[in-house]
Design a protein around this ligand. Structure first.
Ligand code: GAP
Length: 453
């Protein structure tokens, strides 16, 4: 494939998944029971990485702006929400079964699927393939509320966080100091019974979204749509994604969701090819009007001299998919001093651990004492690790693999002149700095712009 030929990283999904498991970022879920297809559990470093992704999103979309407020709505909403939103009727993918190999495929992705037999072919390609007609398969997970399992108890796990925002429009406009243009942002779990999940964190059945609904006067919708495409692109670049691996792709008319008059995807060049990282949609007044009619509650903006139904621009991102893109983009292999090195060149703000404090020799009590004292000082300001467990080279390699941007080494000279060695993960450069200035220097570097490679 053309795009794959142009993929320039050393990463593959398999290598990133293997490193994630080996180094405590992400484990296959329910592992000891054989795993649950395409479900993953985040380990210590994965939790920290994903938290940093979400914090960076919240910082850019809420903290550093005057016009966006937050929400954390329930995962199980009133079932009518999903009828009104169109999800009960239309949130489905076309599904075909193969009666021979008993596998299921998305009818619109047969070309990219492999059938169950070896050597694997495209479903429908061999005379033995026996595919059913395509049927609509609703992606929502159903559940019941309360002890009685009847039709009236049916509810859904939300397939997007967006609807929780629309149904709170009235609460928020009447309790918060907001006025269009303004946004409501939400981070939380969503659930989709995907027919073909896969590619590690890329497509899962349980995942986290970071969505913002930006309510604007109708005449300003196009301008804000363009604005949010630019803003969201800039966010990924500032956090270190390579510009050559990020592009904007406008949807063709036949790809648009039922609610959207225009959508653009920010696509990232994953090792599997260009794929959606985030969607930015112009949802018009579809949702507020639909929920007004569905709930008999007027959902509109009422100002001193005006009254209108705002149009909505929606940047909708996935926290797991963004974490995967940052991991893939950061993954690098090289040979240093004739030894292979694997390194995650994560943006320092995304790195799970910012600095490692390492006594050069782990069994020298004077060095250990000095290193522990520095570690205790640093850990109050930023996430750090202390390690005196093995040879220094091995400890550096471990920090490289979890993406720690700086290592501080305490050696015999430290005891004489109170200086330490600061090692840079990317350049491998080492400089001598006063121990007393380490904290300030690290905090400064953390805020400074950072360029990949
Ligand atoms: N409210 C609009 C909406 O949900 P979407 O394009 O279906 O739009 C937004 O989802 C983002 O959520 C995607 O760009 C992707 O990053 C993430 N996402 C969607 N389905 C996912 C899945 N099955 N696994 C992981 N992330 C997913």
């Amino acid at each position: 494939m053309d795009e794959l030929e142009r993929y320039e990283g050393t990463a593959t999904i398999e290598k990133v998944a293997a490193l994630s498991r080996r180094r405590g970022f992400v484990y296959p879920s329910s592992d000891i029971y054989g795993g649950l297809g395409s479900a993953y559990d985040y380990g210590h470093y994965g939790v920290l990485l994903k938290q940093n992704v979400k914090a960076a999103w919240q910082r850019a979309l809420v903290q550093e702006r005057d016009d966006v407020v937050m929400l954390d709505s329930a995962i199980i909403l009133h079932p009518s929400v999903w009828v009104t939103s169109g999800h009960v009727g239309g949130f489905s993918d076309p599904l075909v079964d193969c009666r021979t190999c008993k596998l299921r495929f998305r009818a619109d992705q047969l070309d990219a699927s492999a059938c169950g037999r070896k050597p694997s072919r495209r479903p429908g390609e061999t005379p033995e393939c026996d595919l059913t007609e395509a049927r609509a398969f609703n992606l929502m997970f159903e559940t019941q509320i309360g002890p009685v399992r009847d039709e009236g108890a049916r509810a859904y796990l939300r397939p997007e966080t967006a609807q929780g925002i629309f149904v709170n429009f009235k609460n928020i406009t009447s309790s918060m100091r907001v006025k269009p243009p303004f946004g409501i942002a939400q981070i939380g779990k969503s659930f989709r019974n995907e027919i073909t999940p896969g590619n590690f964190l890329f497509r899962m059945r349980e995942f986290e979204q970071m969505e913002m609904e930006f309510f604007v006067p109708p005449a300003e919708a196009e301008r804000w749509y363009a604005y949010w495409i630019d803003e969201r692109r800039r966010w990924y670049l500032e956090l270190g994604l390579r510009a050559s691996h990020l592009r904007v792709r406008a949807h063709d008319a036949d790809e648009l969701s039922h609610y959207s008059s225009a959508t653009s995807d920010l696509e990232y060049l994953f090792p599997i090819g260009w794929s959606e990282l985030e969607g930015i949609a112009n949802r018009g007044d579809f949702d507020l009007k639909a929920h007004s009619a569905g709930s008999n509650t007027t959902l509109e903006w009422v100002g001193h001299e005006e009254r209108f139904v705002p149009h909505v621009i929606e940047p909708a991102a996935g926290a797991d998919r963004a974490a995967l893109a940052f991991l893939v983009d950061a993954y690098d292999e090289e040979v240093v001093a004739e030894r292979p090195r694997t390194v995650l060149r994560l943006h320092p703000r995304l790195a799970p651990v910012k600095a490692a404090v390492l006594p050069l020799v782990g069994n020298d009590s004077a060095l250990v004492e000095k290193a522990r004292a520095l570690f205790e000082e640093l850990r109050r300001a930023l996430p750090c690790e202390y390690d005196d467990s093995s040879a220094i080279g091995k400890r550096y390699r471990r920090q490289d693999e979890i993406g720690t941007p700086w290592a501080i080494t305490i050696d015999a000279d430290t005891l004489l002149d109170d200086t330490v060695t600061l090692r840079d993960r990317d350049s491998l450069g080492q400089v001598r700095i006063p121990i007393g200035g380490a904290r300030e220097l690290l905090l400064e570097r953390l805020e400074a712009p950072w360029l990949p490679r």
